[in-house]
Write a protein that binds this ligand. Sequence first.
Ligand SMILES: [Zn+2]
Length: 410
Amino acid sequence: MQNITDRFVKYITIDTQSDPENSAFPSTEKQWDLARILVDELQEIGMQNVTLDDNCYVMATLPSNVDFKVPTIGFISHIDTSPDYSGTNVNPQFHPNYNGEDIILNKEKNIILSPSYFEDLLLYKGKTLITTDGTTLLGADDKAGIAEIVTAMEYLIKHPEIKHGKIRVAFTPDEEVGKGAGMFDVKKFGADWAYTMDGSQVGELEYENFNAAGAKVTINGKIVHPGYAKGKMINSMLIANDFIAALPKDEVPEKTEGYEGFYHLYAMKGEVEKTELQYIIRDHDLKLFQERKETFQKVADDLNKKIGSTTVEVEIKDQYFNMREKIEPVMHIVDIAEEAMKQLGIKPLIKAIRGGTDGSQLSYKGLPCPNIFAGGHNFHGRYEYVAVESMQLATDVIVKIAQITTERAK
Ligand SMILES: [Zn+2]
């Protein structure tokens, strides 16, 4: 049986960064590299009906080994890594028996992973941590999830005494650019429900996420020679400044937590003639979410009234919705995951995701899909890390969920 660490290292050293600027699907060709390797590996360990479709979705089946009807469950992870940070030449560093002190990721560049800043590190004293060398992300998001699912399937195949129903697994492209669920063939997958293995800390179990929209603000100015500009020039950058200032200043990611929503300005580009602002708008509560979009539009309308034109244009697009609505009618699927963790001595941490997952969109496509921890921390950057023991626990949770689902179907 292949060690989960070897498996994880094999996946993270394959660059699979997705690209939000590319409208092709998948957004980068290199995601096929890992997809193809996964197909081979799933066949090697004895999975059946292993497929790779034209959109880079890998699917496979572990057939039932009981003679009664058990719901078909699925496990899903994503192949791609975040466009926010390089995933080229990932060079993992191992820290066995972590002592709770600063970890020097990169001596030359003085990059340090410190528990005085990242307190979560202290949860892993005595464990084996895998970190980056400070120059790339790690890719535990979500290659830890893939390693866990493949390892759990291998374990079930090698241990036929563990009874389970039919299990489907899927590895999807382009999750990090918000398109992972887009081309997912829910019908072909054919599971009654599924779990994404894409959370962070051990115990995380999530079935609530943000309602999400993207908003683009375009401000059209007027350029005139500055010496003769009085009463004529419209400086779009200064109007952009007014727009930014008119939104509630404490409702931003860096000042909110839990169920608090926000407006997040994540990019701006400007000159006198034209300025563009890119925002995301987030709220768990659907009513508050709608109100946020209205507020956003109103700021633009008020500015236009003041200037007396259509200088400020706003384009708001919904991205995904809170899966809670789709999970609540089938809460037993959350109960099973919770029970699995409890039986393994893991304390379930049930909380609302401050983001989205493939699972939220899949839930709206008819595949209810809560999210379970994969073990990594500090996603999308050079401080990302994961403990080997956490990946093993996630693997155990997958096996246990399969068992409990079967026992409950008897
Ligand atoms: Zn992820």
